[in-house]
Design a protein. Structure first.
Lengths: 158, 852
């Protein structure tokens, strides 16, 4: 019987993942995500000055904060004009530090943890990304996307 | 020379002293800074002195040995001082410089001594064995006649030289150097000078000619008579001075005695008379005031067959009044040439075209009433011109054309217009008696390059001259070393900054323009060595000029014209009349041990004392190493910490100040920003306070957000984020070692009144992120620093940048930008995920903070 992999092979090393300090602005975060588009990373890890991981910033959070009422609009009121989404007034928000918009990362798993346990945690807490540690250092992150791929491969063997 | 030797002894003494006295910890910051300042001052003085000497070598100035001696003394002293100061600054790290100095200095000494060294030759030397290279043995006039005879095969009278060695024999035999005492003469008293001159001349006239010398002269005179063959009315000679120091010869032209129509038996006594004429009161005045010693006054003598001239005169290979004219001017008189030279009679004159067709352009033959001829018993006598020739031309048209041809050969050989004395003997043979540079004409010839040349567009008219001259060519920009490899022949090198590395293009460049640089900098010196017209501090050349654009660089009036202007290039031809003099030869020789720069690349392993071949090498080496030693001062401050006072400033930095003197004003135990008097520090703080600093403090995020206990990386666990930053400062100097986040940066600057001293150096290394991100940050900093004209070396996350030779205000402006860059890049490495992100930040910084 095939064993479920541990995280070593599924994890994205932290050095390969977009990250920035919490005082970076929303604008800088957008730039970073934009320039990391080809890597398919849709979140940014956020650190403090002593390189402690304090949270994650995702694309949805960014969109919600550029235009806070946007998600609550009824569908017919959503404009087909970009200008209305990004007015000068709203762009001021871009100068704000990302610390105001990040989601804390409270769950951390050991690199030896197996993928199914991590899948379990993700479903339980409704999250797509979990930090991975080795000894006492954060060494990477694991995404639901990759865990799912692993599980799918296992299922499709049947 | 004696003074040089005495200095040299002092150096050896001091060297021994230093090695005993120095102790690694005994030199305080203040002492070190004192050494550095002295070194900067000496560096400036050395470069200025060398620049002056090179300028003098241009041929536009009359020089004397006193000048060369004085300048060499200054350089010896300053180079000695530089070596001592560098060794004090570095705790004797460079003892090899003493050896390099000794080696170079001994070459300089030998070059200077050579000037008064009289080559050992025969007492007499026939003209057949003489060339122009033998000036020191036979004097200028004799050497020229030998050259004309032996290398150009033009006819000259037969003759021989009584050598400088013979002169020495005469002086030594009679102990005249000791007896002729000019040391006590008062040069302000004509009476005193006359007295000493008379005494000296009497000593010579009453001296005995050593038997061996007398025999040599008499034998040579008899041999000359034999060579000349039988002459109707006997054989006579002309005995003429031929001074060894041509500068003296210029000064005393016509002052030394010439004895005409001397029988061979009387040549020895004529020789003594001519030697006596060396000690005129003017010559003694010159000798004393210009730093010559009596032993430097040397005279050779020429003995030539007396030409019983039917006619004689002078040829000017160019028209004195119009250098562009195609005419060669010949003046002649019946009889001996003295009447033509002295203007006693109106000469016959011809203007002969330099072109072959229709050669005679003009001919005048006034009636000549009197003429000078050789007396039957020797000497010259004045007689009436016989009626049958009185109204006839003194030379035929063919003879005039032959003289013109001779003139062109001589001008071509010597490379400058000539003033030629000629004679026509009784057998109608034309002879050249003397040829020398046409000085009066040469002066007129070098029309000054006009201040502005109307009708031509001036592109730039500001800057400083580093090497005078005019050059033209196509603009070739040099922004990095690689572009020097493909530098096209004849192009004009245009760069933002000067660099000694330009040496590789010097033999190809027709001119050099740099927006920034000092005329007494290293590259300027090289430009002068290669005679490349150079304008520095042009300011706008990189912006104004276009690649490939044809321009003319007038580095005389500081104008850069559009297009190639032949008129300017032609006008620039130099009058280098003085360039052949012995003193120039000495200066040229000495400069070879002073100026060429061999230590070009600091990163080269040969950038070391053992490869220093000139004083310039030592100076550059010492300046470079002294800057490195000073750069380390900040590190020392971290270790010693003594005397550091906290700076009260609203910045996320803990700054401690160590004042070397003049850096802080009116402060007590605490220093506020207003107390800072240090020019670079003030500029930096102003910039730092004008920008919003990213990151903590003040917000304590731990209260806001939950933090995962583990750090992502451990950048440098032993390094505390709150470690203080030390600034070692004086009025003009700052060495600021900044601990910021996980990187270390040292910012050193000097901002004084002399642009040659001014610089900023910036070292940046480390960071908290992964190596690739740290390397991206140094790439970002490199790009931004290069935008403000830094020269930057970068390897991974280590960056070393420097900018030099800007005026104080510009240094201050650049420091303002550096301050903002310091804040901007703080922990930015974390964010630099890929190169596109770096590019965005570069643009962002320029948009927000770039000053220009």
């Amino acid at each position: 019987m095939a064993k479920i992999k541990n995280l070593k092979g599924l994890m994205i090393p932290i050095t390969d993942y977009p990250h920035m300090p919490y005082w970076a602005t929303l604008e800088e975060a957008i730039v970073l995500l934009n320039f990391s588009y080809e890597t398919a990373h849709d979140t940014i890890l956020v650190f403090d000055e002593s390189y402690k991981l304090i949270g994650v910033l995702d694309q949805k959070k960014i969109l919600r904060n550029i235009h806070p009422g946007f998600s609550k609009l009824s569908p017919e009121k959503v404009s087909d004009d970009w200008e209305k989404l990004i007015s000068t007034h709203k762009l001021d928000k871009l100068k704000k530090p990302i610390k105001d918009f990040i989601t804390p990362l409270n769950i951390i798993v050991d690199v030896k943890e197996h993928a199914l346990n991590v899948a379990h945690l993700m479903l339980k807490h409704n999250i797509d990304l979990i930090a991975v540690k080795e000894s006492e250092n954060v060494v990477g992150v694991v995404k639901l996307h990759d865990i799912f791929h692993e599980i799918a491969a296992f299922i499709l063997k049947f | 020379m004696r003074s040089l030797l005495s200095i040299f002894k002092k150096i050896k003494f001091k060297k021994a002293d230093i090695s005993k006295a120095s102790h690694p910890d005994s030199v305080s910051f203040k002492e070190r800074y004192g050494c550095f300042q002295q070194l900067l001052a000496d560096n400036k003085s050395i470069l200025e002195t060398m620049a002056d000497m090179e300028e003098k070598l241009s041929g536009d100035y009359m020089l004397d040995m006193h000048y060369v001696d004085t300048k060499c003394n200054i350089l010896v002293e300053k180079v000695q001082s530089i070596i001592e100061n560098l060794n004090t600054l570095s705790n004797d790290k460079y003892p090899g410089l003493y050896d390099a100095f000794e080696k170079i200095n001994s070459v300089i000494e030998n070059t200077l001594i050579k000037n008064i060294e009289i080559p050992v030759t025969d007492f007499t030397i026939p003209f057949e064995d003489v060339t122009k290279d033998m000036v020191r043995s036979v004097g200028g006039k004799n050497a020229n006649l030998g050259e004309i005879n032996n290398r150009l095969n033009l006819p000259v009278p037969k003759g021989f030289c009584i050598s400088a060695h013979a002169f020495k024999r005469f002086m030594d035999y009679n102990e005249l150097v000791d007896k002729i005492n000019v040391s006590a003469v008062d040069t302000n008293s004509m009476e005193d000078l006359t007295r000493v001159s008379k005494a000296a001349q009497n000593l010579v006239l009453n001296a005995s000619v050593p038997p061996d010398l007398e025999k040599s002269i008499s034998d040579a005179a008899l041999e000359l008579e034999r060579k000349a063959g039988h002459k109707t009315g006997g054989f006579y000679t002309s005995v003429r001075s031929s001074a060894i120091h041509e500068d003296a010869q210029f000064t005393f032209a016509g002052q030394y005695k010439t004895a005409l129509n001397i029988a061979p038996k009387d040549v020895v006594s004529a020789y003594v008379e001519i030697i006596a004429s060396l000690f005129t009161s003017r010559a003694i005045f010159y000798c004393k005031s210009k730093g010559f010693h009596v032993e430097d006054m040397v005279m050779a003598v020429g003995v030539v067959e007396m030409i019983d001239a039917k006619a004689s005169g002078v040829v000017y290979s160019r028209d004195p009044m119009d250098e562009d004219s195609r005419g060669i001017i010949i003046n002649g008189v019946w009889g001996l040439g003295k009447y033509a030279v002295d203007g006693i009679v109106k000469p016959h004159s011809y203007v002969i075209s330099r072109d072959i067709s229709a050669p005679i352009l003009e001919k005048k033959q006034p009636v000549q009433p009197f003429m000078l001829i050789c007396g039957l018993e020797g000497g010259a006598i004045d007689v009436r011109v016989p009626d049958y020739i009185k109204r006839m031309p003194c030379i035929s048209d063919e003879q005039a054309i032959t003289l013109a041809e001779y003139a062109m050969v001589l001008e071509k050989h010597y490379g400058k217009p000539q003033d030629i004395e000629w004679a026509l003997d009784l057998n109608d043979n034309l002879l050249i008696l003397q040829s020398r540079p046409l000085r009066i004409i040469a002066k007129k010839q070098s029309k000054p390059v006009p201040r502005y040349l109307p009708g031509h567009k001036i592109l730039i008219n500001k800057g400083q001259i580093a090497c005078k001259g005019v050059g033209a060519g196509k603009v070739h920009f040099v922004t990095n070393d690689e572009e020097l490899n493909s530098f096209p022949e004849g192009a004009v090198l245009v760069a933002k900054h000067t660099s000694p590395r330009f040496v590789t293009a010097m033999n190809k460049a027709s001119a050099i323009i740099a927006d920034v640089g000092s005329p007494i900098g290293h590259m300027a010196s090289i430009a002068r060595e290669y005679s490349v017209p150079t304008i520095l501090n042009a300011g706008i050349a990189m912006k104004t000029l276009k690649a490939g654009q044809e321009i003319t660089v007038d580095a005389i009036n500081v104008n850069i014209y559009e297009g190639r202007i032949e008129q300017l290039l032609k006008a620039e031809k130099k009058d280098d009349t003085f360039k052949d003099t012995v003193v120039f030869e000495v200066l040229r020789g000495v400069l070879q041990s002073l100026v060429p720069l061999n230590l070009i690349y600091p990163e080269d392993e040969k950038f070391s004392p053992q490869y220093c071949e000139t004083f310039h090498d030592i100076t550059r080496f010492a300046h470079e190493k002294a800057m490195n030693e000073m750069f380390k001062l900040g590190e020392g401050a971290h270790q010693k910490k003594g005397g550091a006072v906290k700076l009260i400033v609203k910045l996320p930095l803990d700054i401690r100040v160590i004042d070397l003197g003049g850096g802080v004003e009116n402060a007590s135990d605490r220093i506020k920003v207003d107390n800072i008097a240090c020019i670079p520090m003030k500029a930096l703080l102003k910039g730092m306070m004008s920008i919003e600093w990213p990151g903590p403090p003040p917000v304590n995020v731990k209260g806001l957000l939950s933090v995962i206990a583990s750090t992502a990386m451990q950048p440098n666990p032993e390094q505390s984020l709150s470690e203080p930053s030390f600034a070692v400062i004086s009025k003009e100097y700052m060495n600021f070692s900044i601990r910021l986040g996980y990187h270390l940066q040292t910012l050193e600057a000097y901002a004084g009144d002399s642009i040659n001293d001014n610089y900023i150096r910036f070292l940046f290394r480390g960071g908290g992120a992964s190596h690739d991100r740290r390397a991206r940050r140094t790439r970002l900093i490199k790009e931004l620093l290069e935008k403000i004209d830094f020269r930057v070396d970068r390897t991974g996350d280590v960056l070393d940048g420097r900018v030099t030779k800007y005026d104080r205000t510009t240094i201050e402006k650049k420091l303002g930008v550096m301050a903002k860059l310091t804040a901007f890049t703080k922990q930015l490495d974390m964010t630099l995920f890929n190169d596109s992100v770096v590019d965005w930040y570069v643009k962002e910084f320029i948009k927000k903070h770039y000053v220009e």
